[in-house]
Design a protein around this ligand. Sequence first.
Ligand code: MN
Length: 244
Amino acid sequence: MKPLIGIPTRTQVDGDLTHYSALATYTRALDLAGGAPVLIPLNLNEDTLGAIFARLDGLLLQGGVDVHPREYGEEVAPYCGEIDPARDATELRLTRWALQQHLPILAICRGIQLLNVAAGGSLYQDIATQVPNALPHPHVQGNPYAFRAHAISIEPDSHLARALGTTHLEVNSLHHQAIKHLAPGFRITARAPDGIIEGIEANHAHHFALAVQFHPEWMIDDDPRMLGIFHAFVRAMHHRNEER
Ligand code: MN
């Protein structure tokens, strides 16, 4: 059976109307890799959210706006970006349940930041302000989303290196925040040349929780290795289900 992958949505306001949405690139990549993605609404009762979580084989955390700094014990700085508290609440709850139960997690862009905060780490609220001599990491208007902005070096002994089949590659970069203090229970698996963290994984041998700061889903059409990350996630869910 194809594993069921929950994608917590984001608040999208259209005049008087509120939508809960996800970008099509994530559902397409998961579908191509053999997963069955489902979108999870925000602002549900906790027991309703729990009823959905109980049916999931994995959790995908998509990109988006900034996590509220109170979630890692900081005030909102003037250089912090847009915030979606309903999304923070839903994603933090689901991610903490997933960490407790070793449910496979794939986290992308905001997702790596959310995962790090859910597990007890913290973030730079703005790389350009807080990290001297950092490379430009935010999206440049007009560039394609697959535009390769900088290189990354990947730890050879990591799920990420095995999934991609390489320890060095060029990636896109569409973020203005990054991990500051790494959460306990995780290790750094990729960095940009300026030291900014571009990949983390859970240390636990039996928990697949892989996170990247770049967007592999926007690069699968011109670099098939990028789909390898989604394949590794789907394999991890099959593996966990076979063991239970
Ligand atoms: Mn970057």
